[in-house]
Design a protein around this ligand. Structure first.
Ligand SMILES: Cc1cc2nc3c(=O)[nH]c(=O)nc-3n(C[C@H](O)[C@H](O)[C@H](O)COP(=O)(O)OP(=O)(O)OC[C@H]3O[C@@H](n4cnc5c(N)ncnc54)[C@H](O)[C@@H]3O)c2cc1C
Length: 597
C-alpha cells in the first residue's frame, strides 16, 4: 500500500511565507483566521487524513462500490460511511461555507490546503463530499430564499450530499445536445424525465438524502445550449417548508466499472417524472452550471496535485531504500551491497521533475484560492473585480496543468519503483490509475485549453494575462537588486515578454482563420502553465531566503528552482514552436486519410 504523510512543512511555507496568509486574511476581515488557528486546522486535517482516510485508500480500490440491481442501491466500500460520519462530526464539510448556513466561515485558501490533504488521503472517498460544494455555490447564487433556507444547511453540514447531473450518453462536452426534459406541473414544481450518466456520488448510503442538480430542457426551450435550465431534484422529496417526504421517481440504473477511483460511485441516474424545482431563470441553466463547474474545476486541479504529492512521497522513500548498482562516479555506500538508486542521475531526474511540479503546483493552486478570497471579501470593488478576472484566467491553467502533471508525476513515481511499481502491492499503480480521470471530468484538458485561449484571453483582449503579467512585473521590480534572485528573474522576465507577444500573434492569426485558436490551444495552455510555475518558483526562492527556515530548506528550494529553470521551463520552446506552426499541419489531411477503419 502507498503511504501518506501530510506535507505540513511545505504547506505552511506556502501559506505563511510565500502567500502571507495571516495578513491577507486579517485585511479581508477573517477575524479568527490567525496563524495559530490556521496551523491548528492544518494539524487536525493532517491527523484525520493520515489516520482515517489514507488507510482506506487501498481498501476502496480493491472493494469498490457495490450495486444492487433489484433496489438500485449503491454501497460504498467498507469504512467509507464511518469516515464520512467522522468528517461531518469534525465540521469539515462546511469549513469554508457561510456560518449563516452552518459553515465555519474559513477562507477558501485554507480550505484548499485541507482539500489537498483529504484528496491525497483518499481521492475516491473525497468525491462524496466534493460535489456538494458546487451545489451549495449554485444555490447561494441563484436560489430563491426558501430554496436557500431548505437546502443549504443540510448540504453545508453534510447531513445530505449534492450531485451535478449534466452528462448524458450522447452528450458530454456539448451540453446543448441534452435530451432530459422538464415539464411544469402544479405548485411551481417540474417533472423531470431523462437519463444522466457518469454521475459522481449519484447514489450511496452515506447520508439519508441526495440533492441532484439536474440540467434539463423546458418545453419552450430554444435549441442548443441557450435552452438549458437547472433543477433541484431530491432523492426524497422535500417541500417548501423543508419537510422530507416520499421517495422521488429517480433511481440509479447501474454503476460504471472503471480504470481508477473504484471507491467513488459513478452512476447512471434515471429520472422518470421525478419532481424538482427550477433553480434560477428558465433557459439560463448554463450560467448556473458554470458557477458549479468553476468551483469544481479548481477542486479537480487539487485532486491531480494531491495524487502527485502522494506519489512523490512514496517514490522518494523507495529511491532512498532500494539498493541497486553503484553510482556512476564510484560507490557512495561501499559498506552496502549496492548504492540506493537515488544516487543515479536518471532517478534524480524523475524525482526532481516530481518535486518541482508538486511544490510549484501547490503554490499555483493555493494562489488561485487566495485570489478567490480577495474576489469574495475585499472591501475594494476594483480589487474584487481584478481578483475575479485572475481566478477566471488561472482556473483552466490550474485544472489542466495540475491534472496533466499528475499523470506525468504518478507515472514517474511508478517508474522509480521499477517493476514493483507496476504490481499492486505498493499501491503505486493505483495512484496512476486514479490520476487518469482528473484530466477528463469537469471539462477535458482540450476544453480547458479552449477556455483559456478563447473565452479568457482572445474574447477579453487578454485581460487576465495582462493582470497576471503585471503581478509578475511588480514582484520583479520589488526584487530588482536581489543578487540571489537574478538568475531566475532575468529568464522569467524574458518569458513574460515572450508570453505576451506569442498571445498577440496567435490571436491575430485567429482573426483570419478560426481554427488557429483550437490548433494552438493545448500548447498555449501548457506554455502558460510552465511560465506561471517559473514565477512561483522564483517567489518560492525569494520567500525561503527571507524566512527563518534552516539553510538546508533554503538550499533545497533554490536547487529545485534551478532544476526547474534548466530542465522543465525549456518545454515552453517546444510548445511555442508548435503554436507558431499554426493550424495547417493539423487540418490539411482529410479525415479519411488518417488510416483504414
Ligand atoms: C468517473 C467519471 C465521473 C464523472 N462525474 C460526472 C458528474 O458527476 N456529473 C456529470 O455531469 N458528468 C460527470 N462525468 C462526465 C465527464 O464530465 C465527461 O465524461 C467529460 O465532460 C467529457 O465528456 P464525454 O465523455 O462525453 O467526451 P466527449 O465530449 O465526447 O469528448 C471526447 C473527446 O473529444 C474532445 N472534444 C469534444 N468536443 C471538443 C471541442 N469542441 N473542441 C475540442 N475538443 C473537443 C474532448 O476533449 C475529448 O478528448 C464523469 C465522467 C467520469 C468518467
Amino acid at each position: 500500500m502507498s503511504s501518506y504523510k501530510a506535507p505540513l512543512d511545505d504547506l505552511r511555507f506556502a501559506i505563511h511565507d510565500v502567500l502571507g496568509a495571516e495578513a491577507l486574511f486579517a485585511r479581508l476581515g477573517y477575524a479568527d483566521a490567525n496563524r495559530e488557528l490556521i496551523d491548528a486546522v492544518l494539524d487536525e486535517a493532517a491527523r484525520f487524513t493520515e489516520t482515517v482516510l489514507a488507510p482506506l485508500n487501498q481498501v476502496g480500490d480493491q472493494a469498490g462500490c457495490k450495486f444492487d440491481p433489484a433496489t438500485g442501491d449503491v454501497t460504498p466500500p467498507p469504512g467509507f460511511k464511518q469516515a464520512f460520519q467522522q468528517f461531518v462530526e469534525g465540521g469539515w464539510t462546511g469549513l469554508t461555507n457561510d456560518p449563516e448556513h452552518g459553515g465555519q466561515g474559513m477562507p477558501a485558501l485554507l480550505g484548499s490546503a485541507v482539500t489537498e490533504m483529504v484528496d491525497s488521503g483518499n481521492l475516491a472517498w473525497s468525491n462524496f463530499p466534493m460535489l456538494s460544494h458546487g451545489a451549495v455555490k449554485a444555490l447561494e447564487t441563484y436560489g430563491e430564499d426558501w430554496q436557500k433556507e431548505v437546502f443549504l444547511k443540510p448540504l453545508v453540514t453534510g447531513a445530505w450530499t449534492g450531485t451535478m447531473c449534466l452528462t448524458e450518453p450522447h452528450c458530454g462536452t456539448d451540453l446543448g445536445l441534452l435530451k432530459t426534459r422538464a415539464e411544469p406541473i402544479a405548485d411551481g414544481k417540474y417533472s423531470i424525465t431523462g437519463t444522466k450518466i457518469f454521475i459522481t456520488a449519484g447514489e450511496h448510503d452515506l447520508v439519508p438524502n441526495i440533492i441532484h442538480l439536474v440540467l434539463a430542457k423546458l418545453p419552450d426551450a430554444p435549441p442548443g445550449a441557450k435552452g438549458i435550465s437547472l433543477f433541484v431534484v431530491p432523492k426524497f422529496k422535500v417541500d417548501r417548508d423543508g419537510k422530507v417526504g416520499e421517495r422521488n421517481a429517480l433511481r440509479c440504473g447501474a454503476i460504471e466499472h472503471k480504470m481508477g477511483i473504484h471507491g467513488s460511485a459513478t452512476c447512471v441516474m434515471n429520472f422518470d417524472g421525478a419532481q424538482g424545482y427550477l433553480l434560477g431563470q428558465p433557459h439560463k441553466g448554463l450560467q448556473a452550471m458554470f458557477v458549479m463547474m468553476n468551483t469544481a474545476r479548481l477542486a479537480v486541479g487539487i485532486q491531480g496535485h494531491s495524487l502527485s504529492e502522494r506519489a512523490y512521497q512514496n517514490a522518494l522513500r523507495y529511491a532512498r531504500e532500494r539498493l541497486q548498482s553503484r553510482a556512476l562516479s564510484g560507490a557512495k555506500f561501499p559498506d552496502k551491497p549496492a548504492d540506493p538508486i537515488i544516487v543515479q542521475p536518471d532517478v534524480r531526474r524523475m524525482l526532481l521533475v516530481q518535486k518541482a511540479l508538486v511544490e510549484g503546483g501547490r503554490l499555483l493552486s493555493l494562489s488561485a484560492y487566495s485570489h478567490l478570497d480577495i474576489a469574495n471579501r475585499s472591501p475594494d470593488a476594483a480589487e474584487r473585480e481584478r481578483a475575479e478576472t485572475l481566478v477566471g484566467f488561472l482556473t483552466p491553467i490550474c485544472k489542466a496543468c495540475l491534472t496533466e502533471w499528475s499523470i506525468e508525476n504518478t507515472y514517474n513515481a511508478v517508474q522509480c519503483f521499477g517493476g514493483h511499481g507496476y504490481i499492486a502491492e505498493h499501491g503505486m499503480e493505483q495512484l496512476a490509475r486514479d490520476a487518469r480521470i482528473t484530466t477528463l471530468y469537469e471539462g477535458t484538458t482540450g476544453i480547458q485549453s479552449l477556455d483559456l485561449i478563447g473565452r479568457k484571453t482572445a474574447a477579453t483582449q487578454g485581460a487576465g494575462l495582462k493582470l497576471f503579467l503585471a503581478e509578475i512585473e511588480a514582484f520583479a521590480r520589488q526584487h530588482e537588486g536581489d543578487a540571489a534572485l537574478a538568475e531566475f528573474l532575468v529568464p522569467l522576465r524574458a518569458k513574460c515578454a515572450e508570453w505576451g507577444k506569442l498571445t498577440l500573434d496567435t490571436v491575430m492569426r485567429a482573426a483570419s482563420n478560426p481554427e488557429e485558436l483550437g490548433a494552438a490551444s493545448t500548447d498555449y495552455l501548457f506554455y502558460s502553465g510552465y511560465v506561471a510555475l517559473a514565477y512561483w518558483w522564483t517567489r518560492a526562492v525569494a520567500a525561503a531566503n527571507a524566512s527563518g527556515h534552516p539553510q538546508a530548506f533554503k538550499d533545497a528550494k533554490r536547487d529545485t528552482a534551478r532544476f526547474y529553470f534548466a530542465r522543465i521551463l525549456p518545454r515552453t520552446l517546444a510548445h511555442k514552436a508548435a503554436i507558431e506552426s499554426g493550424a495547417d499541419t493539423l487540418m490539411a489531411m482529410p479525415a479519411e486519410a488518417f488510416g483504414a477503419e
